[in-house]
Design a protein around this ligand. Structure first.
Ligand SMILES: [Ca+2]
Ligand SMILES: [Ca+2]
Ligand SMILES: [Ca+2]
Length: 333
C-alpha cells in the first residue's frame, strides 16, 4: 500500500475512531475478501445498468496481484458508453451544491434505482473526496491503454469531473484532467496534462477533492474547486463540469432533463473510446478505493500532533511534508 493511501486510510477511519466526536463516514474498499471474477455486486460495486441499458462485458476482474494482495483489474480491451460502466461503492453522504441531487437516484441508501432515472437524494455536503491506488497490471508499458475516472452519481451518465490515465507506451503513465470552460463553450479548455511518466511498476495514488459552491462565476464559469492530488502532491486545481450542465440545459424546464446541478456519490472507472484488444487480461490494478465526503484538502491532513498520539513517527514526516505544500485556493483557469 502506498504511503499516501495509508495516510488517507488513517485520516478517514482511524482518527474518527480515536476521536469519537467525529463520525466515521469514510468508505474504503481494498477488495480483500472479494470473490475472484467480476466485481459486480461486491462491496457496493456495480458493472451493470439497473435502468435497462444492457450489460457490456468489460475486461475487469477481482484477482490476486501476485503478492497475496487482492486488487481489481480493468483494461480497455472492451469499451462502452456510460451508465453500465464500473462504479465504485457510494459515499455515506451525497456531495453537491445546495439543491442538487443524484441523477439516476439510488435512494437514500444508494441501492434502489429510481425508474425512470431522475433526480433524488439531495446533497447533504458540499465536499467530495474519491481516491484510489493504481499500477500497471503487467508492470510494464501497454501501448494505447487509456482509462478515465469520474466523480459521478451511481450508474449515471452525468459525471462531474474527469481524470484520464494514459499510457503512450513511453516512460510511464501520463495523467490528464478534463477542464471545462464557460457555459457557452463548456469544453473550451479541454484536456490538461497534470502528471507525466509515472512508473509502470510502482503503485501510485490519485485523489480527487471537490468543494462545491452554489452557482457559477457570473453565470458563466464554474466556481466549484476541484483539487487533484497525485502521489500525495497537489497536481492540479480546476473546476467541476457545472458550466457544461448549465450551458446544455440553461432553462432546466423539463422535469425529465438532467438538472443544472449534479451531485455525486461515487467514482466511475470508465473504459471508453477505441477498444484495444491487445490489452485483454492486462490494464491497471486498482486498490484501496476511498469515498469520503467529509474531507477536503484544507481539512484532510491532520495536525502533526495527532500523529504523535498514533505513535507513527515515519508517517508523521509524511504528514508534515504534505502540510507544507500550499494548496491553491483559486482556480487555475
Ligand atoms: Ca487489496
Ligand atoms: Ca508516458
Ligand atoms: Ca458551483
Amino acid at each position: 500500500m502506498s504511503i499516501h493511501r495509508l495516510t488517507r486510510l488513517l485520516t478517514g477511519t482511524m482518527l474518527p475512531l480515536l476521536f469519537c466526536s467525529l463520525p466515521a463516514r469514510a468508505s474504503v474498499i481494498d477488495f480483500e475478501g472479494f470473490t475472484s471474477g467480476t466485481v459486480n455486486g461486491q462491496g457496493g460495486w456495480t458493472v451493470e445498468d439497473s435502468f435497462g441499458n444492457g450489460v457490456t462485458p468489460y475486461d475487469q476482474e477481482v484477482m490476486d496481484d501476485g503478492t497475496g494482495n487482492t486488487v481489481w483489474r480493468l483494461s480497455n480491451a472492451v469499451t462502452g458508453s456510460f451508465s453500465n460502466q464500473p462504479f465504485s461503492q457510494t459515499a455515506a453522504q451525497v456531495a453537491g451544491e445546495t439543491g442538487s441531487g443524484l441523477w439516476n437516484d439510488f435512494g437514500t441508501n444508494h441501492t434502489s434505482p429510481l425508474t425512470p432515472p431522475g433526480v433524488g437524494s439531495p446533497a447533504d455536503t458540499n465536499l467530495f473526496h474519491g481516491g484510489f491506488d493504481f499500477r500497471s497490471a503487467t508492470g510494464s508499458a501497454q501501448a494505447d491503454l487509456s482509462l478515465n475516472i469520474s466523480p459521478s452519481a451511481k450508474q449515471s451518465n452525468w459525471r462531474n469531473g474527469y481524470i484520464e490515465i494514459v499510457d503512450d507506451g513511453a516512460n510511464g503513465f501520463d495523467i490528464f484532467f478534463y477542464e471545462t470552460g464557460t457555459s457557452a463553450n463548456p469544453f473550451g479548455t479541454s484536456t490538461i496534462e497534470i502528471a507525466s511518466d509515472l512508473s509502470y511498476s510502482d503503485w501510485h495514488s490519485i485523489d480527487i477533492y471537490i468543494e462545491f459552491f452554489d452557482g457559477l462565476n457570473g453565470g458563466t464559469t464554474g466556481n466549484d474547486i476541484v483539487n487533484v492530488i497525485v502521489d500525495g502532491v497537489l497536481a492540479f486545481t480546476g473546476t467541476s463540469w457545472e458550466s457544461y450542465y448549465h450551458g446544455s440545459n440553461p432553462a432546466n424546464l423539463n422535469p425529465g432533463d438532467q438538472p443544472h446541478r449534479q451531485a455525486v456519490d461515487s467514482l466511475t472507472f470508465r473504459s471508453s473510446g477505441t477498444a484495444q484488444a491487445s490489452n485483454a487480461g492486462n490494464g491497471l490494478f486498482f486498490d484501496n478505493v476511498v469515498i469520503d465526503n467529509t474531507a477536503s484538502p484544507a481539512n484532510a491532513v491532520p495536525e502533526p500532533g495527532s500523529l504523535t498520539l498514533l505513535g507513527l513517527g515515519s508517517l508523521g514526516m509524511g504528514f508534515v511534508s504534505r502540510r507544507r505544500r500550499k494548496l491553491a485556493s483559486e482556480q487555475a483557469v
